[in-house]
Design a protein around this ligand. Structure first.
Ligand SMILES: Nc1ncnc2c1ncn2[C@@H]1O[C@H](COP(=O)(O)OP(=O)(O)OP(=O)(O)O)[C@@H](O)[C@H]1O
Ligand SMILES: [Mg+2]
Length: 291
């Protein structure tokens, strides 16, 4: 694991400041963003740096997550036997007490899985954060990629409204950060790669670990990841230009692979699909290739 998450300095500083805050009382922070943006990576790095407790929930029943949490909690405290939490109230009380002596970060990754199976969990947390918790300095970080669930936690009518001291949205890289991350120096090539795959850091590894070396190599670049993880995409087979004269392969790829429903966050792709943009970049010449 890298010691730092490249191009995430700002986000990481927010996490460090939150976890290291000397303020009295328990504090809650939310971290959320689309999948594969590096939330877990940053949280693992923070955990390595700051210590404290970390638990990653999974898509399983409430009871099973409570059991796993009790085991992780006992391991953290060096207890010989797992703790059997009877309810989320018990579990949250125990977690919030971990900061009794000093600021202690308590990270729950994939918190949205827990809320899905236990919709009352945010209310239990609200109760657990009552003024009696003034003595503890637990820094509770709740992370998740289910955006509707996570952003609802802080809505005006939600139990945690006004309670979060950190509201960190981990977004895809913007154009400049993406270009640095992909190590592309030529602006137009960086633009094309960004238009095609967007700013999700995980796609670098999924694209074979490198960008096309030159503009010429872009058209035959086998890198664009399939929206289905694990499957490498071969561009030529997917190039299906739908608009007569517009036959540039990259343009077709942007249309066919970007946009919310394809899972690739790319502003250019969104606009192309919505029909509000034609060519995002100059096309040197129309080349008629067999598809
Ligand atoms: N800034 C970065 N630099 C290098 N690699 C990164 C960066 N951010 C993420 N990655 C890599 O991308 C992959 C996905 O990251 P991670 O699992 O942390 O994302 P996530 O936001 O937690 O996704 P999910 O919501 O699906 O759990 C990992 O292999 C991770 O190492
Ligand atoms: Mg994650």
């Amino acid at each position: 694991m890298p010691e730092r998450a490249p191009r995430r300095e700002w986000e990481y500083q927010q996490l460090e400041a939150f976890a290291g805050s000397k303020l009295p009382g328990a504090m809650v922070g939310l971290v959320y963003g689309r999948r594969r943006q590096g939330k877990s990576l940053m949280l693992h790095l923070l955990h390595q740096q700051m210590g404290g407790f970390m638990f990653a929930a999974t898509q399983q029943s409430e009871r099973q997550n409570l059991t796993d949490l009790g085991e992780a909690y006992a391991r953290f405290l060096g207890l010989r036997h797992a703790i059997a939490f009877r309810s989320w109230s018990d579990a949250l009380d125990a977690l919030l007490n971990l900061g009794d002596e000093q600021p202690t970060s308590v990270i729950i990754d994939e918190f949205s899985h827990l809320v899905r199976t236990s919709p009352a969990l945010p209310s239990f947390l609200q109760s657990a954060l009552n003024p009696a918790k003034r003595h503890t300095r637990t820094r509770l970080i709740l992370s998740g990629s289910d955006l509707p669930t996570m952003s609802r936690l802080l809505a005006a009518n939600a139990p945690l409204y006004g309670r979060a001291s950190l509201d960190l949205i981990v977004r895809p890289f913007g154009f400049r950060d993406a270009a640095e991350f992909w190590d592309i120096r030529e602006p137009e090539l960086a633009f094309r790669v960004n238009a095609l795959v967007g700013g999700t850091p995980a796609y670098l590894a999924m694209c074979g670990g490198s960008a096309p070396a030159t503009m010429e190599a872009f058209d035959t670049w086998g890198g664009a990841p399939d929206p289905e993880p694990g499957k490498r995409h071969v561009p030529r087979r997917r190039a299906t230009p739908e608009r007569g004269a517009i036959d540039h392969q990259a343009h077709a790829l942007c249309r066919s692979h970007s946009g919310p429903e394809r899972g690739m966050p790319s502003a250019v792709g969104d606009r192309l699909r919505a029909g509000t943009a034609e060519h995002p970049y100059p096309v040197a010449a129309h080349r008629n290739r067999p598809h």
